[in-house]
Design a protein around this ligand. Structure first.
Ligand code: ATP
Ligand code: MG
Length: 204
């Protein structure tokens, strides 16, 4: 692959939904990326585990979601690595595989505000440009303040992008499954079929 600008879309993807796919699409256009690597997490030690599907199940859903798009790929790197998932390790591995590429790590606003609690944030900032999107009602002004703070404190390179407000989250999708409501249009059909066939999220 001769990519010069690579986007990395990390997430638990429990399940992957159209918010993730649109965010990746927006990021490609905004930063002129050559392609996006979707990277489902292994063990997200910062996340609540009660409704968490296994890594292989989240990986399977992510693969289904990106399979019909040429410039979207899915990586099993974090799921396979085992142990806690640390983003800086993933970025170091990608840097090794693509020594010449510019790496863009894509996050929604909630992650921009919590990234300092991730393991070794300074190593994350060193390896990539962060592409941060607004999420929900976060005003761009607040994002801009956070951007400046992280730039001053860590020398972080952060690009902000406006993203349409959509009240869509995996948490909400899991709740809908529990309540027997439809998740059509919220996730790709292939992912919805996988969830229905596996009876996932129904009784969690
Ligand atoms: P959960 O509710 O389980 O936390 P989620 O919908 O937040 O799931 P994650 O896998 O936690 O999905 O998020 C992966 C990335 O996608 C994060 O950077 C998150 O900020 C971003 N993201 C997810 N949904 C949206 C959305 N609707 N708008 C903007 N960014 C989003
Ligand atoms: Mg989340």
């Amino acid at each position: 692959m001769s990519w010069e600008k690579i986007g990395i879309m990390g997430g638990t993807f429990n399940p992957i939904h159209i918010g993730h796919l649109l965010l990746a699409q927006w990021a490609m256009e905004e930063a002129g990326l050559d392609g996006i690597i979707f990277m489902p997490t292994g063990n997200s030690y910062l996340k609540d585990k009660t409704e968490m599907l296994s890594g292989s199940e989240r990986l399977a859903m992510t693969r289904l979601a990106v399979q019909d798009r040429d410039c979207f790929f899915c990586s099993d790197m974090e799921v396979k690595r085992g142990g806690n998932t640390y983003t800086y390790e993933t970025l170091e591995s990608l840097r090794h595989i693509y020594p010449q590429a510019e790496l863009y790590f894509i996050v929604g606003a909630d992650c921009l505000f919590s990234i300092e609690n991730w393991y070794c944030p300074e190593k994350i900032f060193k390896q990539c440009t962060l592409l941060a999107a607004s999420r929900g009602s976060t005003p761009l002004q607040e994002l801009e303040e956070k951007r400046q703070e992280l730039a001053e404190h860590y020398g972080a390179d952060i690009l902000l992008m406006a993203f349409p407000d959509m009240e869509i989250s995996s948490t909400d999708i899991r709740r809908r499954c529990r309540e027997g409501k439809s998740i059509q249009y919220l996730v790709p059909d292939s992912v919805r079929e996988y969830i229905i066939a596996g009876h996932f999220y129904e009784n969690l």
